[in-house]
Design a protein around this ligand. Sequence first.
Ligand code: ADP
Length: 247
Amino acid sequence: ITDVTNTKELERLKQIDALKTEFIANVSHELRTPLAAIRAYVETILNSLDELNKTMLKDFMKTVFDETLHLENLVNQILDFAKIEQKTLKLEKTWFDLVELCQEVIQSMGEFAKSKQVSLEYEGPDQLIVFADRMRLRQVLMNLVSNGIKYSNPENRYKYVKIKLERLNDSVIIAVSDNGIGIPKEYQSRIFEKFFRVQSFKDYKVEGTGLGLTICKEIVELHGGKIWFESEPGKGSIFYVKLNIGE
Ligand code: ADP
């Protein structure tokens, strides 16, 4: 019996190690792409300051700004993951309006959604005051909505990501649904694993680290909540987060 367990454990460790190697290659690439863009734009600005009009300069600076945000997100994700591994991620809970937070997330994701022709929707009450870590829940929602946009189905004419809030006694269920590509059944049990990403959907390559859902799960569980999903390949996915409303 011991032997079998050891072999299984060894297999598991090997699998994580392979994913980690892939992760490092992936992240290096993801860090390099925005860096290269920032460098190229700044170089152009420096070399042709006299020829650039204000509109062009603004366009260039907007790209530099967006790429910087992208880098910042990536680095923050890696730092959060390190905190999770070291068990030093701590919550700072306050009372706040979850509906307002959902609207803020929809607002922040607007530009990204528009670039992928995805419509963002909200359904639920006008106000729902909860006791939780606002910044961390914002991160969870941003991650789920951004996944819904990233993994939208290019073949759909109408694409959406919807945040729905539903109150159940002392708890709230947040459902983030999309009509995207869905998750193949054979990978469904693994998507919360660290570094795990579903291998290329045909030639459809999407950027990512495979850490987003791992971080979401940790944040939700630190709150004493639960996260799960339902997904139908080719139809879409729904991610659910269940949280206690009060202290
Ligand atoms: P990533 O950085 O790869 O997006 P995540 O941890 O957020 O990492 O997600 C893990 C994997 O789960 C993704 O690579 C993707 O294959 C799958 N996934 C997550 N959310 C969705 C979704 N809404 N629709 C389809 N696939 C998803």
